[in-house]
Design a protein around this ligand. Structure first.
Ligand SMILES: Cc1ncc(COP(=O)(O)O)c(C=O)c1O
Length: 404
């Protein structure tokens, strides 16, 4: 405990926790990679936006609402994605964003029949690729990796050929937290004439991304984890400037059209990233995303990443010391440069452990088949929370061992 408290005392980001609503100070919340905490500024923002709705009514659309997908997208691009302006929009769910960009990428590579994907990626991405492949009679090449890892450049290199249209993988693996080598994979895909689509849900707001510098084509991600945008908050799409002319998303709604209020015949895509939009922006939810992203911008992504490495390193040290003798193992990369901001703990009773932890005021989550995921959000998680989580695991596992 003393050690954890000393780490908290020296944590340069410690003050950020005060900017969030902390309902129960005794709760060790290690699940910010499922749903991030509520920023105090967001509660106030919702109040203001509701008031604007009441007072401005439809005039709100001329007072900034209509531009929010791009305003928030640009802020997100500079604060967390390493993306210059005019390439990111926020709106639609992650699933829908992934569908739109995957479909557009396949259209941009006509005649090519293959998609390369990770068989262990988050289910929604797998299902969307399955649906596109079924509808277009294409083949998905499902790559399999070690459960504690994720896609490596050499496996992707061996799967790529002149029939590959798209490589669609997660940057940080949702189970293991393994970080894929983004620049290398982009380079390999481009050399084969394919496009890349990255799911950044477990990356954005947790580590420094460099989408422009790393030559990414397309990316999507959710905003309700490390960006603290709130339950079901809208996701974002990134389309690199250089490929925007080739990318035409498939849901041709009125608000992605040039000059939408002319209500004219036929669809003509708008200029720039607005063409990625389809329908009316979710204004209240976009306000929440903006407040969450502002906190990331304020703290600075480099400082956030630094703390993420320290928190995960601390968790791994405690697991090795206290839980390995009780049958648990680290299921995340040990190299901090290859690890995101969560730690997978592998144990055959992972599901029951997750339930037992909740009774001890520790919230984690379970991932099939044997992982307890410890999500460590640098802006809100304290070292003492990590210590409490591991201590509760140690107590639970010791009781189980005693009962056998
Ligand atoms: C990698 C990844 N992609 C997508 C999603 C979810 O997609 P949606 O926001 O459409 O529910 C998640 C949710 O946890 C995820 O971890």
């Amino acid at each position: 405990v003393d050690d954890a408290q000393a780490r908290d005392a020296h944590d340069p980001l410690a003050g950020f926790r005060d900017q969030f609503v902390i309902g129960d100070p005794e709760l060790a919340y290690l699940d910010g990679n499922s749903l991030g905490r509520l920023p105090k500024a967001t509660a106030e923002r919702i109040r203001r936006d509701i008031q604007a709705w009441g007072e401005d009514l439809i005039r709100g659309w001329d007072r900034g609402w209509m531009e929010l997908p791009v305003t928030v997208g640009d802020l997100l691009g500079s604060a967390a994605l390493g993306a210059g302006p005019g390439q990111v929009v926020v709106g639609d769910s992650t699933t829908v964003c992934f569908y739109k960009l995957a479909a557009a990428a396949l259209d941009a590579r006509p005649g090519r029949r293959r998609i390369i994907a990770n068989a262990d990626d988050f289910p929604t991405d797998r299902y969307v690729l399955e649906s596109l492949a079924t509808a277009r009679d294409l083949e998905v090449v499902w790559l399999r990796f070690d459960p504690d890892a994720g896609p490596d450049a050499s496996s992707i290199a061996s799967a790529l050929d002149d029939q590959t249209a798209l490589v669609a993988v997660s940057h940080v693996a949702y189970r293991s937290a393994h970080i894929a080598d983004m620049p290398a994979i982009n380079q390999l895909a481009h050399a084969a004439g394919a496009l890349t689509l990255w799911d950044l849900s477990h990356s954005a707001g947790a580590l420094a991304l460099a989408l422009d510098a790393d030559d990414c084509d397309l990316a999507v991600g959710c905003t309700y984890k490390y960006l603290n945008g709130g339950p079901g908050a809208p996701a974002y799409m990134y389309v690199r400037h250089e490929v925007q002319a080739d990318i035409r998303q498939p849901i041709w709604g009125w608000l992605g059209r040039r000059d939408p209020f002319s209500m004219g015949p036929g669809y003509l895509p708008a200029e720039g990233p607005v063409a990625l939009l389809s329908g009316t922006p979710p204004v209240l939810a976009l306000g929440c995303v903006q407040e969450g992203v502002r906190l990331v911008a304020q703290a600075g992504i480099a400082a956030i990443r630094e703390k993420g490495i320290r928190l995960t390193q601390y968790a791994i040290e405690l697991i090795d010391r206290y839980l390995a003798p009780l049958g648990a193992a680290v299921g995340s990369p040990r190299d901090p440069l290859r690890r995101g901001a969560h730690v997978a703990l592998r144990h055959p009773d992972a599901a029951a452990l997750t339930v037992a932890l909740r009774q001890r005021q520790v919230i984690t989550d379970f991932r099939e088949p044997d992982v307890v995921r410890l999500g460590l959000s640098p802006l809100t998680t304290r070292y003492i929370d990590v210590w409490r989580g591991i201590d509760a695991l140690r107590e639970t596992l010791s009781e189980n061992v005693d009962q056998r």
